[in-house]
Write a protein that binds this ligand. Structure first.
Ligand SMILES: C[S@@+](CC[C@H](N)C(=O)[O-])C[C@H]1O[C@@H](n2cnc3c(N)ncnc32)[C@H](O)[C@@H]1O
Length: 392
């Protein structure tokens, strides 16, 4: 560690992962009501996003350990990019439009002795990414971690990626994505929304589809290998392939709709709304989409990350989430709220794990869902599910 960096009295050095990071001292930037709000500090550092950064590092260690080049386009203090460089050995570039953030990024690069491997830029993210395309240097990983929606950045983010690369995207606009702001959902994501009991999964599927669709317009295929919802944000990692035919195939296969009956809570995927005949259902069916109807991630990758996290002293916090993702990746049908199902059929609710066990005994896949502590992922057809619920 470089000890010549000056740290001012309104700052402190924290340790996150294997990096040491100068941040504005949170004690000095509390809101008038005493709460700490990262946006109130001169530069953004959110300790609650440590899990998000841990998982980023775990994934990059898996794909690129010791090689490759990354761009963190919206860097804040630079904590994420510095951690990527220190913990995975990748070289890279950390950027932020805010001159104060840029100042922190430069010092945090120096503090961690990375000046010969990591560059700092003070540029607008789209300008940087668009200009970077003309350097002829292809990038192995690009990270987009904005305030709110990643949509303003996706068109430029896919341009500098190498033929086979990775893209990591955060979205904190969970209101529009979960249909709490319906007009924003329609104008930003092109989806007419209805409230459902699986809104967190709905939001992730709307987000993934929109990113995949916009990248496909530039002949880049995005394959989600890892995605999740946590507290107030979504995070998705894509393997990216620069080939028009692959981009077409992924849209053709994975663009679709969810139909949902609010009266009996049945749901399913369709490729096109014309497949539904409302006369046959006896229900006021909501059709939601277009959205992503394929798998949300790779169970193989989640298992490898668990192994990596178990063998280390810094990534342990991610293990409970990683374990839960298994079910969400193995079963595509949106999760059922188990309390709502039992409420609908006026049945006494057994412990959730007992219900899951029963579904498995009947030969179906059944798991808890990371989206909601009351959520169940199962491939049981709706009629079979109802038989099991009413048997309790
Ligand atoms: C959520 S923070 C990034 C946090 C950081 N990635 C981390 O893990 O701690 C978003 C950052 O984006 C920067 N920003 C906002 N709009 C930008 C733009 N158009 N171009 C580049 N940076 C931008 C803000 O100054 C802020 O520091």
């Amino acid at each position: 560690m470089n000890s010549r960096i000056r740290v001012y009295p309104w700052e402190k050095i924290i340790v996150e992962g294997r990096a040491r990071i100068i941040i504005p001292d949170p004690e000095k930037y509390r809101r008038p009501d005493g709460r700490f709000e990262p946006a109130w500090a001169p530069v953004f550092y959110n300790p609650l996003m440590k899990l998000n950064r841990d998982i980023t590092v775990l994934i990059l260690k898996h794909y690129y350990n010791g090689r490759g080049f990354f761009i963190e386009a919206l860097g804040g203090t630079g904590v994420r990019g510095v951690r990527i460089a220190v913990e995975t050995g990748m070289d890279g570039l950390i950027n932020d439009v805010d001159p104060i953030a840029y100042y922190y990024i430069t010092r945090n690069i120096e503090l961690n002795d990375l000046s010969n491997r990591v560059m700092a830029y003070n540029n607008e993210a789209n300008t940087l990414l668009n200009n970077y395309t003309f350097t002829g240097i292809f990038v192995d990983y690009i990270d987009i971690d904005p305030y709110g929606s990643p949509i303003p950045y996706i068109d430029s983010a896919v341009k500098p990626l190498s033929r086979n690369a990775l893209l990591g995207v955060t979205a904190t606009d969970t209101g529009p994505l979960t249909c709490s702001h319906k007009s924003k959902t329609l104008r930003r994501y092109g989806v007419r929304c209805y409230k459902t009991d699986f809104s967190k999964e709905l939001g992730l599927r709307i987000l993934i589809y929109n990113l995949v669709f916009r990248a496909a317009g530039q002949d880049v295929a995005l394959y989600p290998v890892f995605s999740y919802s946590h507290k107030y944000y979504y995070r998705v990692f894509f393997k990216t392939v620069r080939r028009g035919m692959d981009a077409y195939r992924i849209i053709d296969e994975c663009r679709g709709y969810i139909w949902y009956c609010p009266e009996d809570l049945s749901r399913g995927f369709i490729k096109d709304p014309s497949e539904l005949d409302p006369k046959n259902t006896g229900c006021r069916i909501a059709v939601l989409g277009p959205l992503w109807i394929c798998s949300l991630g790779s169970t193989g990758l989640a298992e490898k990350l668990i192994d990596e996290a178990r063998g280390s002293d810094i990534y342990g916090e991610s293990i409970p989430l990683l374990k839960l993702l298994r079910g969400d990746y193995l079963v595509d049908t949106p999760y059922y709220r188990y309390d709502k199902l039992f409420g609908l059929y006026k049945k006494y609710m057994p412990p959730i794990n007992k219900f899951i066990e029963r579904l498995r005994e009947e030969g179906f896949k059944a798991y808890r869902s990371h989206f909601d502590p009351r959520g169940i992922k199962t491939d049981a057809p709706y009629g079979e599910l109802v038989k099991i619920v009413t048997s309790f």
